[in-house]
Design a protein around this ligand. Structure first.
Ligand code: F6R
Length: 263
């Protein structure tokens, strides 16, 4: 795991966007896995800014979103399809037909199987970007999710329902279930990039990085993946036991890479 601790959420977005840029520089036809939520909004803003300044193109890119609310049609303002269009897809040169969000209104088993098949047909995900819930969820794999799970419908925990209530008007229908890529689906991606910001994530971030691998903290499953970058701001990193070590690993790895580039 490479752990990057940034001074601010703005620097976090910049670092994460730089990471995405590097992946697309190597492979203009990369397949990206994408999250929704508050944390990626500044990352998406940075990517839109980079696109507008000719630093990045999404022309050949294919995307798969992690999840969608069950019961919300794609054109619902709170659906994750609407979120993605509003924050990213409408502002970059991506072909909409290459952007995938699981259907929240289809038959669940069929939708899940179709989604898995679509990911496979695209030859898998090159870079999966993730956020993390206060309770350690990734996608909507809530605590107690099987570490071997595939795309399926999950019931949202009360903590997640409370956290996401802010997106819905009073008396507006708030879905209590979501269709989400499974943990095994996520771990099959060739590379993972998780971003977390703010003190409300500090306990989950510590459990993910320094806790034992357990379905009680689904994000701890990332410890099993060979290529993971975690970018957290100082507030989210506040409870980590070894921040100095993570910083040193980063600077020494960069030095080594630089020396190899010069050779
Ligand atoms: C949503 C998703 C979730 C969020 C998590 C954090 O697509 O994958 O796991 O990443 O709930 O959300 P924010 O960023 O709103 O704190």
């Amino acid at each position: 795991m490479q752990i990057i601790i940034t001074k601010s959420s703005q620097e976090l977005a910049y670092c994460a966007a730089q990471h995405v840029r590097k992946v697309l520089e190597k492979n203009a036809n990369a397949v990206l896995g994408l999250p929704t939520g508050t944390t990626p909004i500044t990352l998406y803003k940075q990517l839109v800014h980079d696109y507008q300044n000719d630093k990045i193109s999404f022309n050949g890119v294919t995307t798969f979103n992690l999840d969608e609310y069950v019961g919300l049609p794609p054109d619902h303002p709170q659906s994750y399809r609407s979120f993605m269009n509003r924050h990213l897809f409408d502002h970059i040169d991506i072909e909409l037909s290459r952007t995938h969000v699981p259907s929240g209104t289809g038959t669940s088993t069929e939708t899940a199987q179709t989604y898995e098949a679509q990911i496979k047909a695209a030859d898998g995900i090159d870079l999966q970007i993730l956020g993390i819930g206060r309770n350690g969820h990734i996608g909507f794999n809530e605590p107690s999710s099987s570490l071997g799970s595939r795309t399926r419908v999950k019931t949202l925990t009360t903590a997640t329902l409370i956290d996401n209530k802010r997106f819905f008007h009073t008396n507006e229908f708030q879905p209590t279930m979501a269709i989400t890529m499974g943990i095994a689906t996520i771990l099959e991606s060739r590379e993972l990039l998780l971003i977390a910001s703010g003190s409300s994530k500090a306990i989950a971030v510590r459990a993910m990085i320094e806790g034992s691998i357990s379905s009680s903290c689904p994000a701890s499953a990332l410890q099993q993946h060979a290529k993971v970058t975690i970018i957290v701001d100082q507030e989210a990193a506040a409870l980590l036991s070894h921040p100095e070590y993570y910083q040193r690993v980063r600077s020494e790895t960069e030095k080594l890479r630089e020396q190899e580039r010069v050779k």
